[in-house]
Design a protein around this ligand. Structure first.
Ligand code: AMP
Ligand code: GLY
Length: 428
């Protein structure tokens, strides 16, 4: 069978690569893909962008794909699944209504509150209702968020009242475009973050392996927030006890709440969690898709046939289904372009790709393109190099060995991906 994967980042490279490993799959079409998917066995790129919903549906119909898998949030929030379904095409992801969980933080906060799901206390404002004096009087640190989609960058953790007021004003003044027409001000949560992604069929949830990403640009979790500079799986903070609590206190009430609200969730539900010292989870955010870069290490560990799991979810038949995971740890290091996250430089020639095949691990492409017979940079996050190992440290070693062989002008990456897990393992 053929499958269509929508997107062109590292996440989509990993999703398409995993689907292609199924013996049932003859071809995975990737739209638009990148230079990595262009050279991968059984994958074929088609140059249609993620916002061209009608053209994507035409492609799925013309190619007779068994199903479409949507990587990024933008087409989901725009209603791609509703459009495909109206045309009788199978598309794995949430409806436009359910995708509001990612598209609007104000919607999500109200949903969590209504269904008694643990999260940080909050207030929301528009330009008309913004109360500067109230904000200036709040304890710090305090978190200021643009409500709409801002590619993971619309969150400011303000250390002082004046920083908070300035962040709120700049968002309301359009720093993130329409995404900041409404803002959410949130209590600062202490603890350790984890990514908890489940595959959903509308009613039931099949947990994917846990993971943890590194959002900050620089070593030691310093610098601005990014889409993610690296990730590893599993997340040691999610002990079996925490896992059970997350399913019971977060995932199950979310799925039943959405169903009760008339928008049952199909697709990948990504809970960004803060786990406190007592092992209590709180929801920081929901995404309605797989994470990037979490997908890359998580897919490295998946041993089951991914396409069988997705078809079970599309059929509403996930109950009792289990996924098999490689017990080893996987760790991915993102190599980003100079200027990322604000203004990444593009068009630099990438060297060293021919040496990659000789090494263990997997180099997933993200912002890469083919130009005049060369591979060049074309986006903020350029690669995610993933290693596997018996410990996080061993996985880290394998990942950085891959990082060392590729180079381009101005490439930047963190040298400490996995530091929290490695500290837990008991050694640097
Ligand atoms: P979000 O886009 O909502 O996931 O926020 C991006 C990042 O900001 C999160 O991954 C956290 O690291 C941090 N963050 C967001 N909200 C809070 C909060 N209430 N308390 C502490 N950190 C937060
Ligand atoms: N790594 C965070 C995200 O995918 O939103």
């Amino acid at each position: 069978m053929k499958i269509l994967v929508i997107g062109g980042g590292g996440r989509e490279h990993a999703l398409a690569w995993k689907c292609a490993q199924s013996p049932r799959v003859s071809e995975v079409i990737v739209a638009p893909g990148n230079a990595g998917t262009a050279r991968e066995h059984k994958l074929r790129n088609v140059p249609i962008g993620v916002e061209q919903l009608e053209e994507l549906a035409d492609l799925a119909a013309a190619e007779g794909v068994a199903f479409t898998l949507v990587g990024p949030e933008v087409p989901l929030v725009a209603g791609i699944v509703d459009l495909f379904e109206a045309r009788g095409l199978r598309c794995f992801g949430p409806s436009k209504a359910a995708a509001q969980l990612e598209g609007s933080k104000a919607f999500t906060k109200a949903f969590l509150e209504r269904h008694g799901i643990p999260t940080a206390g909050y207030c929301k404002f528009t330009r008309a209702t913004f109360d500067r004096d109230w904000l200036a009087a709040q304890p710090t640190p305090i978190v200021v968020k643009a409500s709409g989609l801002a590619a993971g960058k619309g969150v400011i953790i303000a250390q002082t009242a004046s920083e908070a007021v300035e962040a709120a004003e700049s968002m309301l003044d359009g720093r993130f475009g329409n995404a900041g027409d409404e803002i959410v001000i949130e209590e600062f949560l202490e603890g350790e973050e984890a990514t908890f992604i489940v595959m959903c069929d509308g009613k039931h949830a099949l947990p994917m392996a846990t993971s943890q990403d590194h959002k900050r640009l620089r070593d030691g979790d310093q610098g601005p927030n990014t889409g993610g500079m690296g990730a590893y799986s599993p997340a040691p903070v999610v002990t079996p006890m925490v896992h059970e609590r997350v399913m019971r206190e977060v995932i199950e009430p979310t799925l039943s709440g959405l169903a009760r609200d008339g928008m049952p969730f199909k697709g990948f539900l990504y809970a960004g969690l803060m786990i406190d010292a007592a092992g209590r989870p709180k929801v920081i955010e929901y995404n309605v898709r797989f994470g990037d870069p979490e997908t890359q290490p998580v897919m490295m560990r998946l041993k089951s046939d991914f396409t069988v799991l997705i078809e079970a979810a599309l059929d509403g038949a996930l109950e009792g289904v289990k996924a098999e995971w490689d017990p080893r740890a996987a760790l991915g290091v993102v190599i980003a372009a100079e200027g990322y996250p604000d203004e990444p430089r593009k068009g630099d020639v990438i060297d060293g790709l021919d040496s990659v095949g000789a090494l263990p691990g997997k180099l997933f492409h993200a912002g890469t393109a083919n130009k005049d017979g060369k591979v060049v940079t074309s986006g903020g996050r350029v690669f995610c190099a993933v290693g596997l190992g018996g410990t996080v440290k061993a996985a880290q070693r394998e990942a950085y060995a891959l990082v060392d062989v590729v180079s381009f002008k101005g490439g930047q990456y963190r040298r400490d991906i996995g530091h929290r897990a490695i500290a837990r393992d008991g050694g640097p």
